[in-house]
Design a protein around this ligand. Structure first.
Ligand code: PSU
Ligand code: MN
Length: 310
C-alpha cells in the first residue's frame, strides 16, 4: 500500500513514527487481550507494564487498536485506559477490520488484525500472549482462528507462549505446517501450551538466541517466501501452571461453553474468563507473566533485526 493510502487510515504515534523513520526497533502489541482477554483493572495495568518491558529491552512499543474508525499505531495512555473499560469495542480479525474502519467503530485487534496493521505501518515484530488456533471439536464447528492464515500471508514475526491449551494443539501445529509457517521454539524442543511450559508436542524448529531468529526472518524474506514466523516462548518456570493441573480446568471450561451454546468469536473470551474464575485468578497471573516475557523477547528480536540491517 502506498504511503498516502496508509496515512489516510493510520494514525502513527509520533514516537513510533520517528523510531521507524530512523530504522529503530519497534514492537507491535495487540489490544484484544486488553478488551476481551483480561478483566479490568489488570488489563490496563498489564498493557502499561508490557509497554515498559518493551522499552527496557531496547524497543519502542506500539499498541494497536481501532478508535472511531482510525487505525491507531501506538496508543496514548488515556486511550489505553479508555479501551480497558469501554464496552462497545468490537473484536476485530481480518474479516471485521474494513467494516470497523468504514463505519468508524471502535475495535480491538486480534493477532490477525494486529499483524495486518503492524505490516501497514512497517513493523516487523509483534508480541502477544497466545495465538488463536484450531479449536477442539473442529470436526463439527470448523472453528479455526484467522490468526493461522494470517501467519501464512503477512510478514510479521509473532512472539507468543504457544497456543492456548484450550485449543487442539496437534491440529494447530499441523495446520501451521500445511500453510508453510515456520514455528520456532525459543530455547525449547517442545511447543509451549500457554499456561504450561510444554504441550509435550515436538516443535519443528529450535533456536536459542534472538539473533538466530532474526537471521531466519531475513533468510525467509530473501527467499521470497511470504508470511510470518511464529516464535513460541515458554512461560517462565516460576509462573507456569502444569499441564496436568490445567487439564481439569480446561475440560470444565470447554464443557461449560458448550452447555451455554457459546460459539464463534465469543469462545476464546468466554474460556479465558471462565478459567480466571475457576482457577481462583491463577490463570490470569500466569497470562500476565507470559505476555511480559514475550514482550522482552520481541524487543530483543526487533533490536537484533535493526542491528543486522545497519
Ligand atoms: N493472547 C492472550 N489473550 C487473548 C488473546 C491472545 O493472552 O485474549 C486473543 C488474541 O487477540 C487472539 C485471540 O488473536 O485471542 C484469538 O481469538 P479467536 O480464537 O477467536 O481467533
Ligand atoms: Mn474462532
Amino acid at each position: 500500500m502506498s504511503h498516502a493510502v496508509t496515512g489516510y487510515f493510520l494514525d502513527v504515534a509520533p514516537e513510533v513514527e520517528s523510531a521507524l523513520e530512523r530504522g529503530g526497533a519497534v514492537v507491535a502489541l495487540e489490544s484484544t487481550i486488553i478488551t476481551h482477554g483480561m478483566p479490568y483493572p489488570q488489563n490496563v495495568a498489564t498493557a502499561r507494564e508490557v509497554e515498559a518491558v518493551v522499552r527496557e529491552n531496547g524497543a519502542v512499543p506500539a499498541t494497536i487498536a481501532v478508535i472511531g474508525g482510525r487505525i491507531k499505531i501506538g496508543l496514548k495512555d488515556e486511550e489505553l485506559e479508555w479501551l480497558g473499560t469501554a464496552t462497545e469495542v468490537m473484536k476485530l480479525s481480518r474479516a471485521d477490520l474494513p467494516y470497523a474502519v468504514a463505519v468508524k467503530r471502535h475495535g480491538a485487534t486480534t493477532v490477525a488484525a494486529t499483524m495486518i496493521c503492524a505490516h501497514l505501518a512497517g513493523i516487523r515484530v509483534f508480541a502477544t500472549g497466545g495465538i488463536g488456533g484450531v479449536h477442539q471439536g473442529v470436526e463439527s464447528t470448523m472453528d479455526i482462528s484467522a490468526d493461522l492464515d494470517e501467519l501464512a500471508r503477512t510478514p510479521v514475526a509473532v512472539v507468543c507462549a504457544g497456543a492456548k491449551a484450550i485449543l487442539d494443539l496437534p491440529r494447530t501445529l499441523e495446520y501451521l505446517e500445511t500453510r508453510g509457517v515456520p514455528v520456532v521454539g525459543y530455547g525449547t524442543d517442545t511447543f509451549p501450551a500457554f499456561w504450561s511450559r510444554s504441550s509435550g508436542l515436538a516443535v519443528p524448529i529450535r533456536l536459542d538466541t534472538p539473533e538466530a531468529i532474526a537471521d531466519l526472518m531475513r533468510t525467509k524474506q530473501a527467499l521470497d517466501l511470504t508470511g510470518g514466523v511464529l516464535v513460541a516462548n515458554p512461560v517462565p518456570e516460576a509462573d507456569e501452571i502444569s499441564a496436568s493441573d490445567m487439564r481439569g480446568f480446561i475440560d470444565g471450561a470447554i464443557a461449560e461453553a458448550s452447555r451455554r451454546g457459546v460459539t464463534g468469536k465469543a469462545v476464546t473470551p468466554f474460556l479465558l474468563s471462565f478459567l480466571f474464575e475457576t482457577t481462583g485468578g491463577r490463570s490470569l497471573a500466569t497470562n500476565i507473566a507470559l505476555v511480559k516475557n514475550n514482550a522482552a523477547l520481541a524487543a530483543r528480536l526487533a533490536a537484533s533485526l535493526v542491528r543486522a540491517a545497519s
